[in-house]
Design a protein around this ligand. Structure first.
Ligand SMILES: *Cc1c(COP(=O)(O)O)cnc(C)c1O
Length: 354
């Protein structure tokens, strides 16, 4: 840190993304990417767009927005595209939180939320999950702040029903409720159907998990046209060209190639069941996941210990150095082969410990 850094960033601890090691190849099950490459159609459209990189991209993402409106059954004025969904989430902290309007989210959730609050200089309040690591909807009624709920939640993978989400919306007419649906395609119920009913709803989605475009950086927000206008105010005051033309083109392909998307999601859900059964057989407790990862623990092995032992065997998973989470590892659901590699490495680690 230099002596020049602004006072308000002095204490900030940046978000630590999952490892992206470049030194050797791992069975990489640590950052919830899709194990399958982008749709061939998405790749072709991105290559075509590469020939026009001399020109600025379309700040409105016009083609992509039309295709998304069609795909998700919403109007174009209810959509904003961003550089990953992290960006639309950051915009929401900027636009809808304030000294008197704290951000409100669970104590166990996406680790970026507290960092977004701090970098934007807004207070936040954490609401504990229940003993079974679930979100209790009633705890969020009349929250006096802007609510952020990842559904399914991370890193637990547990989903909240649409009824419960609606009860939170209904009981917070004066607060924006952000529903982060990064993992919804793997088994959650989307709140998109409530868009016309609640002016306080903002739904965010990403192309990083179910649509194989993590490296492309593409996210999207759905909300009333007034909320979208607020978010656009920030976008046009910071970086109107936040989605580059190759990524926007790839996004079009990813949405239009429905068959490819659906087949991949199906495969991940099958492998999730396979991985869960395999780990249970090895004595693990696995939380019920509606996402493309599982959260698992085994008595006598800490998350950190298992992480290190698996890494030595060439398998990367993630652990969290945080109260209530230290017993667990979070494992991304990969291909069948990757799952077999994980199960074999885990069995070997347990064997060596005996
Ligand atoms: C991965 C993830 C995101 C952000 O993904 P982007 O790559 O920035 O689109 C947002 N929320 C949750 C809960 C996530 O796990």
């Amino acid at each position: 840190m230099s002596k020049f850094i602004s006072q308000k960033l002095n204490e900030l601890e940046a978000y630590v993304p999952g490892e992206q090691p470049q030194d050797r190849s791992y069975v990489k099950l640590n950052t919830n990417e899709c194990p399958f490459p982008p749709s061939p159609y998405a790749q072709r459209l991105a290559r075509q767009a590469a020939g026009k990189l001399n020109l600025y991209c379309d700040p409105e993402c016009g083609v992509l927005t039309s295709v998304a409106a069609e795909t998700f059954g919403v109007n174009k004025e209810n959509i904003i595209f961003t550089n990953g969904s992290d960006e639309v989430l950051n915009f929401a902290f900027l636009a809808f939180c304030d000294k008197d309007t704290p951000a409100v989210f669970p104590d166990v959730t996406y680790g970026f939320y507290p960092v977004f609050a701090k970098v934007n200089g807004v207070p936040y309040r954490e609401i504990p999950l229940t003993a079974s690591m679930e979100i209790c909807a009633e705890d969020y009624f009349n929250a006096k702040g802007t609510i952020f709920i990842a559904n399914p939640n991370a890193p637990t993978g547990i989903a909240l029903s649409l009824d419960k989400i609606e009860s939170i919306l209904k009981n917070n007419p004066g607060n924006v409720v952000v529903v982060d649906e990064a993992y919804v395609d793997f088994g959650g119920e989307s709140a998109l159907s409530l868009l016309n009913k609640y002016e306080n709803l903002l739904v965010t989605r990403t192309f990083s998990k179910s649509r194989s475009l993590a490296g492309g950086r593409l996210g999207v927000g759905f909300a009333s046209k007034e909320i979208i206008a607020d978010l656009n105010k920030i976008k046009y005051s910071t970086n109107p060209y936040n989605v580059n033309s190759m990524t926007a083109a790839a996004g079009v392909g990813a949405l239009l190639d429905k068959e490819y998307f659906e087949a991949n999601v199906r495969a991940i859900c099958e492998n999730r069941a396979y991985m869960t059964a395999g780990l249970q057989k090895l004595g693990f407790t696995v939380l019920p996941s509606s996402a493309n990862f599982i959260f698992a623990k085994k008595d006598g092995v800490s998350g950190g210990e298992l992480y290190r032992s698996l890494k030595e065997k060439g398998v990367l998973v993630r652990y969290f150095n945080k109260a209530r989470l230290t017993d667990f590892v979070r494992i991304t659901v990969g291909t069948k082969e990757e799952t077999d590699a994980l199960l074999a490495a885990t069995a070997a680690v347990l064997e060596e410990k005996l």
